[in-house]
Design a protein. Structure first.
Length: 251
């Protein structure tokens, strides 16, 4: 009887959470994208341009924010060459002004490697009528299976230093049209020596992100150009950069 009462109490508490969480805003879209590597990146790494489909969404509640996306990449070369990537973030308000408890999970899979990065830390929300800047920092856990990269010798699983980054956006009007500039960025630091040795790296700092200009053609259609950059990421050491052309349908 006591176990039944405990179970009912847990279910009642779980059911009460949505009722107490006020929905503030949300967005969702599906997009078609084409990533065009720079000539220098192609010469250094042998990487090839590819297209990808993306489903993206986010929402704000009285308790905090959620965001996520799922990608299917490289379908033009067949299912055996396809890759998938997913990312989810959660920021929970602490009650200390705009400080949040922050969590992030990213996973990517292909026929040659799998990598998962998990971050647990804090973020802060700076925002105004037409802009937002959300920096974050946290502990970093990495899981990689099956080696990749020309100098890779092994996989890795464990704590892997820390990570910091930010998401920023600015909405503006020009020529009677609606535009937005956005930037996301991530840097890993103090990475584990075993990870560096296993993947043939010596510099424990990374950079990974994109700067984008978006044009809201209509309420339903957005198009944009992104400058994609990376350093000691995406399966190799050194610099990578590309341009991404995107068209989104907004729900």
């Amino acid at each position: 009887m006591r176990k039944s009462l405990v179970a009912l109490s847990v279910l009642a508490a779980a059911a009460a959470v949505p009722a107490q969480a006020e929905y503030l805003y949300g967005f969702g879209n599906v997009s078609v994208n084409y990533l065009d590597w720079s000539n220098g990146t192609e010469n250094r790494s042998g990487k090839e341009d590819f297209s990808y489909l993306e489903l993206e969404g986010g929402a704000g509640f009285s308790w905090g924010e959620l965001y996520g996306f799922a990608d299917v990449e490289n379908l033009e070369n067949g299912m055996d060459e396809a890759r998938t990537s997913i990312k989810g973030t959660m920021a929970v308000k602490t009650g200390l002004k705009e400080l949040r408890a922050y969590g992030q999970l990213y996973n990517t899979n292909s026929n040659s490697f799998t990598a998962q990065n998990t971050v647990a830390g804090v973020s802060y929300n700076f925002s105004g009528d037409n802009w937002a800047f959300n920096p974050w920092v946290g502990f970093h856990h990495t899981i990689t299976t099956k080696t990749f990269g020309p100098d890779a010798t092994g996989s890795f699983s464990g704590m892997n230093g820390g990570m910091f980054g930010w998401v920023a956006m600015y909405n503006f009007k020009a020529f009677g049209e609606s535009f937005m500039v956005s930037n996301w960025h991530e840097t890993e630091f103090a990475r584990d020596d075993a990870y560096l040795e296993g993947f043939g790296e010596s510099d424990d700092l990374t950079a990974n992100g994109a700067v984008a200009l978006w044009w809201n053609v209509t309420d339903s259609v957005t198009t944009g150009v992104q400058y994609r950059y990376a350093y000691n990421k995406l399966g190799q050491t050194g610099h990578d950069n590309a341009v991404i052309y995107s068209v989104k349908y907004n729900f």
